[in-house]
Design a protein around this ligand. Structure first.
Ligand code: ARG
Length: 611
């Protein structure tokens, strides 16, 4: 439920509980009342419920008795003081909960207020806080695989969520552009370049060469040495090798950019691993100065205690490691960029790596080590591998997945709606949206089942289902305008909005003019459920962000789409004989469409106009 409403009810309850001398008992629960308020088990009881279980011990009564008692007191007080809780229609005590059902006008007014905010769902509660999020971060010369798909879509969704919460966000690409593999590639390029089509298919050539190097190195061990030697030349800044390396990076970035564009992904900063080359010596020096470095067979490590193996800082040949570069990168993010929160969206297989890096930072004495979070995610499980053509049977590539989805949607459009305008655009929006949604609807920590039929099921728990509901809303609005001609603005047909700012004043001493309730919209359970769900949009975003879980948003959108569809199926929205009611219902439709589309855009999914 809407935070403003929660706070309002909490403030009024607080006054009352204070009068009843119960406030001390409540404060023993160590929560502000607004945080105790929750959604009632049964929505017919209302929109908010206060559990009183925590009071049982202090009051030596059963929760059911306490709920009854407080409810009676509230009602008694309300009877003598008409302005008290005048926005509440019904108060019920049900087994340890006090349930509050709001007046219809209060719900619609609150909804209008929410819908008229400058940016729907946005708050400035984290203003002046900087958040860095590292996501997508592919490895140069390799195609993005589905693991990167997850890092990309989860990362971008979290980034969007952080923006709704008022953070200043820096989306960072920690590009994998350093390491011995670039020595191998540079060596391979010098030897084999003539055999590949670098002009026509630069990225494919690069990757094929990379694969070939590894195949040949299996039989010819000397290749590894050649690669390592060439990498040392790169690290020493040999201009010839550096320029090859730059070319590899450029070719790869161009390839990734195409996919990022398709997924609507935008980084603010590229800080690849190579960026930290110049920082490594200083970083290792800090570790050493803190007395944390221990020599082990020529290599240097930091011991991290019983729970985990030591963190390797430099190899015996002096070369740096992935972890060393991540230490340097964390220092850069916190000390140079000055972030307050530092998120790494990377697969669960790197859990130990991040534990080691964060622990090392903690031992180095950085208080901000606790503000670094590994946002881990599980892997994909393809139900029907056969449907995916995998290149060389090695890995499943992101682009193939997107192409496949778009191709399948095109097929669906051809059979179901062949006269649709802008078919290609819609197929792209729906196909790509379906893949993104299927990823995000799952709890990110778990593995994701990849089942093509489920992903594209327009009636199931899918992205297309949410998009389709939005399209349905738009066509209802359009129909309203055709049926009631000359209706330029919907709003003018709805009753005037209650003076909510007045209603929500923290200190309500004067009587608020109660809005005449003769109209009583919403009154049907489906209408009330829909309004209540819409009202919880902002709080839902906050909750999703606090858990770093875009799945909260995706599941909310499914619930909202379902709530709209039951309303749509049960009630006649446009009734030629009842214009005022039609207008109310169409306005509710309009709000639903806006929230669906806003929610989808948080997930970086587009909303087609028709499909
Ligand atoms: N390039 C790495 C990979 O593809 C991910 C990098 C994640 N970010 C980081 N700071 N380590 O596995």
């Amino acid at each position: 439920m809407n935070l403003k409403i929660k706070n309002q009810l909490a403030a009024d309850l607080k006054t009352m509980l204070f009068k009843l001398d119960l406030l001390k008992a409540v404060s023993e629960l160590s929560y502000p009342i607004s945080e105790l308020l929750e959604k009632p088990k049964d929505t017919s009881f209302g929109q908010l419920a206060l559990p009183v279980f925590g009071l049982a011990k202090a009051l030596r009564l059963s929760p059911a008795q306490i709920a009854e008692k407080i409810k009676d007191e509230l009602l008694q007080y309300k009877a003598s003081q008409p302005s008290f809780l005048d926005y509440v229609e019904k108060i019920q005590a049900v087994s340890g909960f006090i349930n509050f059902k709001f007046q219809p006008w209060f719900l619609t007014s609150s909804l209008e207020l929410m819908m008229h905010a400058p940016r729907l769902g946005f708050t400035d509660r984290n203003k002046n806080q900087k958040l860095i999020i590292d996501y997508s971060s592919p490895n140069v010369a390799k195609p993005m695989n589905v693991g990167h798909l997850r890092a990309t879509v989860i990362g971008q969704a979290l980034r969007n969520l952080a923006e709704t919460q008022g953070y200043e966000v820096i989306g960072l690409n920690h590009l994998g552009d350093w390491g011995v593999q670039f020595g191998k590639l540079a060596w391979a390029f010098t030897e084999w370049q003539a055999e590949y089509d670098f002009k026509g298919q630069p990225f494919k050539s690069l990757f094929d060469m990379y694969v070939r190097f590894h195949d040949e190195a299996e039989n010819d061990k000397s290749l590894e040495d050649k690669g390592a030697e060439t990498f040392i030349r790169l690290e020493k800044g040999d201009p010839e090798i550096v320029s090859l390396w730059k070319m590899f990076v450029a070719i790869s970035m161009q390839e990734y950019q195409r996919l990022w564009d398709r997924l609507g992904v935008k980084h603010d900063l590229v800080r690849g691993e190579s960026f930290y080359s110049d920082h490594l010596e200083a970083t290792v020096q800090i570790v050493k100065d803190k007395g944390l470095l221990r020599e082990s067979q020529g290599a240097y490590v930091v011991d991290l205690g019983e729970d985990m193996p030591p963190c390797l800082i430099t190899k015996s040949d002096g070369a740096s490691l992935y972890a060393t570069r991540d230490l340097a990168s964390a220092l850069y993010r916190h000390e140079v960029l000055g972030c307050d929160l530092n998120l790494y969206v990377v697969g669960v297989d790197q859990t130990l790596h991040f534990k080691q890096v964060f622990k090392t930072l903690e031992l180095m004495g950085y208080p901000w080590a606790k503000d670094c979070h590994h946002i881990a995610f599980g892997m994909y499980r393809f139900k029907d591998q056969g449907k995916m053509s995998t290149r060389k049977g090695r890995a499943i590539f992101l682009e193939d997945v997107l192409n496949k989805a778009v191709e399948m949607v095109k097929g669906i459009i051809e059979t179901k709606n062949p006269s649709l305008a802008q078919k290609d655009l819609v197929a792209e929006q729906v196909g790509v949206g379906a893949v993104i949604f299927n990823d995000l609807v799952n709890d990110r920590v778990k593995d994701v089942d990849f089942d093509w039929d489920k992903i594209l099921d327009f009636e199931g728990d899918s992205g297309p289902y949410v998009q389709y509901t939005s399209v349905r809303c738009l066509s209802v609005i359009e129909k309203f305008q055709t049926v009631f001609k000359n209706t330029s603005r919907l709003k003018s047909y709805t009753k005037s909005v209650a003076p909510l700012d007045k209603v929500l004043r923290a200190n309500r001493t004067s009587q608020v003019e109660a809005t005449p309730d003769s109209w009583g919209f919403p009154s049907e359970p489906e209408e009330i459920d829909l309004v209540s769900l819409l009202l919880s949009y902002e709080a839902m975003l906050t909750q999703a962000f606090e858990k770093f879980k875009p799945s909260v948003v995706a599941n909310y959108l499914l619930d909202l789409a379902k709530a709209y569809n039951s309303f749509y199926n049960k009630h006649r929205i446009i009734d030629i004989d009842n214009k005022p009611l039609s207008a109310e219902r169409v306005l509710l439709t309009e709000h639903t469409q806006k929230v669906l589309s806003a929610g989808l855009s948080v997930l970086n999914i587009q909303t087609p106009v028709k499909m």
